[in-house]
Design a protein around this ligand. Structure first.
Ligand code: ATP
Ligand code: MG
Length: 154
């Protein structure tokens, strides 16, 4: 099924607007309307939601969460980045965050089971894509998902 990345992002922004407001985090989305990914709409929306959930939850108060969609026509992928201005992740942690049940040294009010990112990776991989995380300790983290365009999947 062909899906607009922009509408997936818009749905998730609607869902998290209130949580972001409560933490005084600004949610900024920037994605052209013509980016198309293909796959399971429920699962792909969950991918975006889990990344935004984390970014809002682990961002510092009054920080910023930026969701961007870009196309890479050369490699026929669509790229989704979710960047926050949170505490960031240490190098050792960056590899472990994708593991099932892994939780970092989180604050008590940051609840969760440690499942969000393992699901993100499983869904993205099942759609022929890949994931990565980059972080600047103390400055924030960026999670990137690359999904093949419908042309490439054909
Ligand atoms: P759940 O997603 O099941 O509610 P969770 O958020 O703890 O719980 P994951 O989404 O899998 O689980 O994330 C695993 C761990 O990675 C988190 O506990 C946190 O330590 C770290 N992490 C994830 N996203 C970020 C982020 N944006 N900034 C800093 N740390 C993060
Ligand atoms: Mg999570």
């Amino acid at each position: 099924e062909a899906l607009s990345l922009r509408s997936l992002i818009d749905d998730v922004v609607d869902l998290y607007e209130l949580a972001a407001e409560e933490r005084e985090v600004s949610l900024v989305a920037d994605c052209p309307e013509d980016l198309i990914v293909s796959g399971d709409p429920v699962r792909l929306r969950q991918v975006v939601a889990n990344l935004v959930d984390n970014a809002v939850k682990y961002c510092r108060r009054q920080g910023e969460v930026r969701i961007t969609g870009t196309a890479d026509p050369a490699s026929l992928v669509v790229r989704l980045c979710v960047a926050d201005t949170g505490i960031g992740l240490a190098k050792e942690e960056l590899e472990r965050v994708w593991d099932r049940m892994y939780r970092g040294p989180v604050q008590p009010e940051q609840t969760g089971l440690g499942l969000g990112l393992s699901l993100v990776r499983a869904v993205v991989t099942a759609h022929g894509g890949r994931v990565r995380a980059e972080s600047d300790r103390g400055r924030g983290t960026t999670f990137t998902v690359e999904l093949p365009t419908p042309e490439r999947r054909r």
